[in-house]
Write a protein that binds this ligand. Structure first.
Ligand code: FEO
Length: 169
């Protein structure tokens, strides 16, 4: 059985994962109307789907442990970006925020001596290491490319190989 404080923390994490899914869906939607970045677009759509899976995993965990998961209300995410680089900078910033929030959940689980929740959250801890590393790799590549259109063309090709290893995990 979950304590109220653990349930509240997990419900907040459900909200954050749902918000992440929404934020990346908006990035995908914006990318889709930019010329020539079909793979970047596919990456954002895929990432949005993954965040929904993260949310669902938490929902099932809360409900299966005798709690009640809260399906959250969500604000409208940013809809447009000055450039692809800006979108990926926003993605990295958002993932760092998600990691902090997961760490907070882990802290609370330990304080509450809820070792089952602590164990469950280790999957998210590992996932966040991957997601931050992936976002950093993409930001580093975009930094190198600068305004070079040929570089951006290659980045769009590259993103498939960069992200496939991550998603196959
Ligand atoms: Fe579920 Fe990208 O954090």
């Amino acid at each position: 059985m979950l304590s109220k404080i653990v349930q509240d923390a997990l419900n907040e994490q459900i909200r954050i994962e749902a918000e992440s899914s929404q934020v990346y869906l908006a990035m995908a939607c914006w990318a889709e109307i930019q010329p020539g970045i079909d793979n970047v677009t596919a990456f954002f759509y895929q990432h949005s789907d993954e965040e929904r899976e993260h949310m669902l995993k938490l929902i099932h965990f809360v409900n299966e442990r005798g709690g009640f998961a809260t399906v959250p209300a969500l604000p409208q995410p940013p809809l447009t970006f000055p450039s692809i680089k800006h979108a990926f900078q926003a993605l990295l910033k958002h993932e760092i925020f998600v990691s902090e929030s997961i760490n907070n959940c882990v802290d609370i689980a330990l304080q509450e001596k809820d070792y089952a929740t602590h164990n469950f959250l280790q999957w998210y801890v590992a996932e966040q290491i991957e997601e931050e590393a992936l976002a950093r790799t993409m930001n580093d590549k975009l930094e190198l490319i600068g305004d070079d259109k040929g570089g951006l063309y290659l980045f769009d090709k590259d993103i498939l190989t960069i992200s496939v290893g991550h998603e196959k995990k």
